[in-house]
Design a protein around this ligand. Structure first.
Ligand SMILES: [Fe+2]
Length: 445
């Protein structure tokens, strides 16, 4: 496949035409009486019409047929997609999952949509406030099927296998260690090339933004120009057997048939688009003297709540970096948090847990549930010589951190069969080193 082209920037006003149809974007207006090339004009609104300019999001699509050209939607099998947060009772324990198993294609062909599994979540879809964490486990490309989400935005974190994503705005190739965001309402279809796995953070009713930088200044963390937006690409393809449009609406799946590919947008302009980002481009900031900055310095994207500084969900990464802090216990500190912390591992070994937390697995530390380095990590880091050292080379762990209290689904706790019943044991060997009569560091045995 020829290398794909992208537009660079975050949240910009962009314009793109498929080069096969030069001049397909109307000049000077959005809604001509007749569009160039006799296309249909269609607006996709990602914010209320009346939002302030800084948060107002919409794009204009110029397409062969408008999206409304479809048969009625009908309810379909939900699979493992849910927004029922009361399937099982709450569980405050530290939870950890072994790598979620990908079905073998010889057993069952599963595409991205049929391979969606809701792991945990909170909030209310109907009032546009909340989130869900899904795991996708698939082995087959979506064939004459696309998906769109009426409930919220998908932040997709591939962990194994690359994703070729067809969208109404063009094509994106998203590989492990890259992420993409497909916002509410955007239709997409995913081709995969092997047994494929990844994580999805879905937020209802808000969009992801870059975090404010405060005293950090104008640059740093995820820089806007490293976000990549697809360029217009269309196919004028009839599908006599019917093309299936799958919609997640109020948490339920519906399907409608149409006779043409939905990727029939010849040109578009606007600031409401899908985008991708390579996590290698994250400019890491860290303590260069002593102690830890809180992990919020690793925030790539945030979906803000209405309360200042409090996120529905933050997407945070723990990238390769230098550890240089003097006189400091360098691994993550022991912690209890009013926020909920779901972690996943794209590759490598997470520094606070050398075993047990594996790529393709996950962990959930719920509100005020204690967590921190395992006993082995504590012992080693308490005695380590504090030279500058590389941390997390070849590793990419991430966190979805939320102000909501997450409920785990029945699939997460039982059906997936991946819950690690022994997780708590990693802290059992922690022992007291207290020496009431001496302030000097204890010698470890
Ligand atoms: Fe934490």
């Amino acid at each position: 496949m020829a290398e794909l082209k992208y537009i660079s920037g975050f949240g910009n006003e962009c314009a793109s035409e498929d080069p096969r149809c030069p001049g397909s974007l109307p000049e000077g207006q959005n809604n001509p009486q007749v569009c160039p090339y006799n296309l249909y004009a269609e607006q996709l609104s990602g914010s209320a019409f009346t939002c302030p300019r800084s948060t107002n999001k919409r794009s204009w699509l110029y397409r062969i047929l408008p999206s409304v050209s479809h048969k009625p939607f009908e309810s379909i099998d939900q699979g493992h997609v849910t927004h029922n947060w009361d399937e099982v009772g709450p569980d405050p324990n530290q939870l950890r999952w072994k790598p979620f198993e990908i079905p073998k294609p010889s057993q069952k062909k599963v595409d991205f949509v049929s391979g969606l599994h809701t792991l945990c979540g909170a909030g209310d879809i109907r009032s546009n406030n909340g989130l869900a964490v899904h795991i996708f486990l698939c082995n087959t490309s979506m064939e004459n099927r696309c998906f769109y989400n009426s409930d919220g935005d998908f932040l997709i974190v591939p962990q194994k296998g690359k994703l070729l994503i067809y969208t109404e705005f063009g094509k994106m190739l998203v590989q492990p260690n890259e992420i993409c965001v497909i916002q509410r309402g955007m239709r997409f279809s995913i081709d995969v090339f092997e047994e494929t796995r990844g994580y999805i953070l879905e937020v209802y009713g808000v969009h992801f933004e870059l975090p404010d930088l405060g005293p950090i200044g104008a640059n740093g963390l995820a820089n806007p120009r490293d976000f990549l937006i697809p360029v217009a690409w269309y196919e004028d393809r009839q599908v006599p057997g019917g093309y299936t449009v799958i919609n997640k609406y109020q948490g339920k799946l519906f399907a409608a048939k149409q006779l043409v590919s939905p990727f029939n947008v010849v040109a578009w302009h606007g600031n409401y688009t899908p985008y991708k980002y390579n996590l290698e481009n994250f400019m890491v900031i860290n303590s260069v003297a002593f102690d830890h900055a809180d992990p919020s310095i690793f925030t790539v994207l945030t979906a803000k709540s209405v309360r200042p500084g409090v996120a529905i969900a933050d997407f945070v990464i723990f990238p390769p970096r230098w550890g240089v802090a003097d006189k400091t216990f360098r691994p993550p500190y022991y912690h209890r948090n009013c926020m909920s912390e779901f972690m996943g591992l794209i590759r490598g070994h997470y520094e606070a847990k050398q075993g047990g937390f594996l790529p393709g697995g996950g962990s959930l530390h719920s509100a005020m549930t204690p967590h921190g380095p395992d006993a082995d990590c504590f012992e080693k880091a308490s005695k380590a010589k504090l030279a500058p050292e590389r941390i997390a080379d070849g590793t990419m762990a991430f966190m979805f951190e939320s102000s909501l209290n997450l409920a785990v689904t029945k699939w997460g706790l039982k059906t997936s069969n991946c819950l690690d019943e022994n997780y708590y044991k990693c802290w059992e060997p922690l022992k007291s080193h207290f020496t009431p009569n001496s302030r000097k560091p204890a010698e470890f045995n």
